[in-house]
Design a protein around this ligand. Structure first.
Ligand SMILES: *[C@@H]1O[C@H](CO)[C@@H](O)[C@H](O)[C@H]1NC(C)=O
Ligand SMILES: *[C@@H]1O[C@H](CO)[C@@H](O)[C@H](O)[C@H]1NC(C)=O
Ligand SMILES: *[C@@H]1O[C@H](CO)[C@@H](O)[C@H](O)[C@H]1NC(C)=O
Ligand SMILES: *[C@@H]1O[C@H](CO)[C@@H](O)[C@H](O)[C@H]1NC(C)=O
Ligand SMILES: *[C@@H]1O[C@H](CO)[C@@H](O)[C@H](O)[C@H]1NC(C)=O
Ligand SMILES: *[C@@H]1O[C@H](CO)[C@@H](O)[C@H](O)[C@H]1NC(C)=O
Ligand SMILES: *[C@@H]1O[C@H](CO)[C@@H](O)[C@H](O)[C@H]1NC(C)=O
Length: 756
């Protein structure tokens, strides 16, 4: 299966001034001291409680024990011992309070107590006569006499069929699939591909599975594909595919339905083996499995000039200029402040983002990431992944210090629940000021893969600017889901090695931005520009009687049925959220405007059955809806396997309500049309695989608030006035801090994940 690793980089930075030279040491200088260790200063969150904090491991343990008590009558089996026909806990996670309750507390943290804490619990009811997945609300917490559990149904539009479930253990579930491989079939595979596949340490082949597994939950079926077990195995697919029925709870009923070998279809392993024996198989070119170094990340080529020296790194000579409350997961910098949340499905989210003492965003959170492939083989043609299913938060691994994030970063931990235990990753999030600090490619993997990652690495950047702008950027790196190269695949990608290709695919990722401009009463403003021809009395005969120029049109979109939006052609105009009742000094409604950044795309393919209704957000650049506690997200983890009947259908949010002075949410997409090239081998690069958007003040202030910065220079007099040099004002900031920076600690990387 695909492993999705999602290191999250929180980057409050971008006061882009250049500090003065630190390098000249004056002759009368006092001896330099060692710089202080880069520790963030203490922060003062608006409330002492992070309302969106993950559950602690002791909270999840106590909930687990409470659920297992006989009076709950859930008949639970611990996940590690469970089979598919047992009732098992899949997830225990913090359930966010209603916005009204949260705001009531935040507006008076000293007098209004925080809302009760609740957990959301997902249970696989494999033991029921009609197996299903159910979500429950458990609380209030901590567990007491008052704690109850109730089905959590108001955020889903339908029941959750068992065939759409997440994995308790991929190995256990797909392991049963391989029971279908008879010794004769294995021997044929080994012969045809010059490989070993005995299920042991000497295997030179491995298998993976594509998705979705189901259309509407009535079945669970998977295309299994094969690749060579070498570093960068994703770039070594072989032309062999098996389609399995893995429906229901009884693995003894699972069946191999199809084999595709080098574009030849067989309806059973008997048919395939018959053709193998009678010599009618058309054999493909088989790659030499002994040389796979090209797909590893081992350095190649001669050393470039001076590349044996380390590059520059930034040093905060005067100490770090941001504040972090590690326990409450709260960060502040230069007028910005925000709480962090972290969940299994999508990882990092930001809450109650304030700028200059005003709440600007209630919630900023990734929602879903879709990747849809094309090609001619059973794997590429059927792959349409929704990564939320795999758990982009629970798959987060430690960031590589000094490589994923610059040397001075402050790291924060994240804890997620998995059925086999809670996992705490110590370096899940990094925070740093002013440094681009992004590796052009990066990679982390199992030791035997020499640093190979399966699937894509996503790096989420949230960048906060001094002017009130927030930039959200997603960059991807890692291995392609490679295809087997044959000339007929030319229209679906590009040959990248003897028998390997990269296939064309789209990545689209959706973000929820719950903007609150001066409160919750906001409107959606569409601004467009267009050409006009105008005649005015003073035009003269030299140039004719008309002028051709552009003109702005501003229009409020008032109806929630007109808000599935594309950026205007040629980006002539923009969309913004404004508060019509809050005006700046110049009588303009205060607002924030959405600016598309890099690669502001939407999905190319519409109408594919494998993505029919489960990722409808991906069809647009953005959408705006009324905010509701019952519409917390544009997707769910189960949407991945329910394209025909999704748990959440994004289109259902748009039911014709008024958008005038209401609490609004923007659903904004970033993405990439990925047409792979040889330079995607071994890994895709973050410099082009990147997409972003910006939210910028729109008459929110009366002027540019960066003018408040003391880290600025103003020329005040001319050389003529001052005899040779310009006079200047540097606003009294002492730029002369100097100290000896610590050498970076030796690189060290040990898994910090702790299991509970
Ligand atoms: C794996 O290969 C090595 C070297 O050929 C051999 O010594 C060992 O017995 C093999 N292990 C298994 C489990 O087949
Ligand atoms: C496989 O089965 C399908 C449907 O039963 C049939 O149409 C097709 O001809 C069969 N293909 C082969 C290669 O046996
Ligand atoms: C070889 O086996 C395949 C699969 O059963 C069959 O379709 C084909 O007719 C056989 N050909 C010969 C020459 O026996
Ligand atoms: C790729 O093809 C070339 C030319 O046919 C051959 O020399 C080389 O060994 C092949 N490499 C691999 C890894 O199969
Ligand atoms: C089979 O693989 C081995 C290495 O595993 C290689 O030495 C041999 O040449 C390969 N045979 C063929 C026919 O490619
Ligand atoms: C929005 O438009 C729909 C369809 O035209 C209409 O039924 C609905 O009443 C409108 N809503 C408002 C608030 O005007
Ligand atoms: C600026 O800071 C440095 C380092 O702390 C100090 O030595 C120097 O005296 C300061 N300069 C002024 C003008 O305060």
């Amino acid at each position: 299966m695909r492993h999705i690793l999602a290191p999250l980089v929180l980057v409050p930075l971008l006061l882009s001034f250049s500090p003065k030279s630190f390098y000249g040491v004056k002759s009368d200088a006092v001896p330099l001291q060692q710089c202080k260790s880069p520790l963030a200063q203490d922060a003062s969150p608006p409330s002492p409680v992070n309302l969106w904090a993950s559950l602690t491991t002791s909270e999840t343990s106590s909930i687990q024990a409470w659920l297992g008590a006989p009076e709950r009558q859930l008949n639970l089996t611990p996940a590690a011992e469970s089979t598919l026909s047992d009732n098992t806990i899949f997830l225990i996670e913090s359930y966010y309070p209603s916005k009204a309750d949260a705001l009531a507390h935040l507006s008076s943290p000293n007098t209004v107590s925080p809302p009760d804490r609740f957990a959301r619990v997902t249970i696989h009811h494999g033991g029921d006569s009609e197996p299903s997945i159910k979500d429950y609300l458990v609380g209030p917490l901590p567990i007491s006499e008052q704690t109850t559990m109730a089905p959590l149904t108001d955020i889903y539009r339908r029941d959750l069929p068992y065939n759409a479930r997440g994995f308790i253990s991929i190995v256990n579930e797909l392991g049963a699939v391989f029971q279908q491989f008879t010794p004769e079939l294995v021997a044929a595979i080994e012969d045809l591909f010059n490989a070993t596949f005995q299920g042991g340490v000497n295997d030179t082949l491995t298998a993976g599975g594509g998705g979705p597994f189901s259309f509407d939950g009535s079945f669970r079926r998977v295309w299994v594909f094969w690749k060579r077990l070498v570093p960068g195995s994703w770039l070594h697919p072989i032309s062999f595919f098996n389609y399995f029925d893995i429906s229901g709870t009884d693995p003894s009923q699972w069946r191999l339905l199809k084999i595709v070998y080098n574009n030849q279809l067989f309806n059973s392993s008997d048919d395939f083996l018959h053709a193998y024996r009678n010599g009618t198989l058309e054999r493909p070119t088989v790659s030499d499995p002994s040389d796979a170094s090209w797909s590893s990340r081992k350095r190649v080529g001669s050393v470039r000039d001076l590349d044996d020296l380390p590059g520059p790194r930034s040093v905060s000579f005067a100490g770090l200029r941001f504040r972090v409350d590690r326990d409450r997961q709260y960060v502040s910098w230069m007028g910005w402040g925000m709480y962090l949340g972290f969940d299994r499905d999508m990882g990092l989210s930001l809450w109650d983002i304030r700028f200059k003492d005003e709440r600007l965003i209630y919630q900023l959170a990734p929602q879903e990431a879709v990747t849809q492939y094309s090609g001619t083989d059973p794997m590429q043609t059927t792959s349409a992944y929704l990564d939320r299913f795999f758990g982009m938060g629970s798959d987060v691994r430690d960031l590589l210090p000094g490589y994923d994030c610059p040397q001075e970063s402050v790291y924060l931990p994240a804890t997620t629940y998995t059925p086999l235990g809670s996992v705490t990753v110590e370096k899940a999030i990094c925070i740093f000021e002013q440094d681009t600090g992004k590796p052009i490619t990066r990679h982390m993997g199992d030791p035997q893969e020499s640093g190979a990652i399966k699937g894509y690495v996503l790096v989420f950047d949230y960048t906060f600017h001094f002017d009130g702008t927030i930039e959200v950027r997603v960059s991807a790196s890692g291995y392609l889901q490679g295809g087997y190269w044959q000339p007929q695949n030319d229209a679906y990608g590009c040959k990248i090695h003897n028998v390997s290709m990269g296939t064309v695919h789209d990545h689209i990722m959706n973000f929820k931005v719950d903007l609150d401009i001066a409160g919750q009463e906001n409107s959606l403003l569409e601004t467009t520009t267009a050409q006009e021809e105008i005649t005015l009395p003073w035009f003269d005969d030299d140039w004719g009687q008309t002028v051709v120029q552009q003109k702005i049109t501003r229009k409020f979109i008032s109806n929630e049925s007109d808000v599935l939006l594309m950026y205007p052609p040629n980006f002539q105009g923009h969309y913004s959220i404004v508060n019509q009742d809050a005006k700046n000094a110049w009588e303009n409604p205060r607002g924030y405007v959405l600016h598309p950044g890099a690669s502001p795309i939407h999905n190319t393919v519409v109408g594919s059955k494998r993505l029919l209704e489960n990722a409808n957000w991906a069809r647009y650049n953005l959408a705006v809806s009324r905010r509701k506690d019952t519409e917390p997200s544009s997707s769910t983890m189960w949407n991945a396997n329910l394209p025909g009947s999704p748990a959440v259908n994004f289109h259902d949010f748009f039911d014709g309500e008024s958008l005038v002075q209401e609490d609004l949410v923007m659903w904004i997409n970033v993405g990439m049309h990925h047409l792979p090239t040889a330079e995607d081998s071994p890994n895709t690069k973050t410099n082009i695989a990147t997409s972003s958007f910006l939210l910028t003040p729109l008459n929110y202030f009366d002027y540019d608030v960066t003018m408040e910065s003391k880290n600025a220079i103003l020329l005040t007099t001319t050389p003529e006035q001052q005899g040779g040099a310009y006079g200047f004002d540097d606003f009294g900031v002492n730029q002369s801090f100097n100290c000896i920076p610590e050498a970076p600690p030796p690189f060290e990387y040990s898994p910090s994940a702790t299991f509970d």
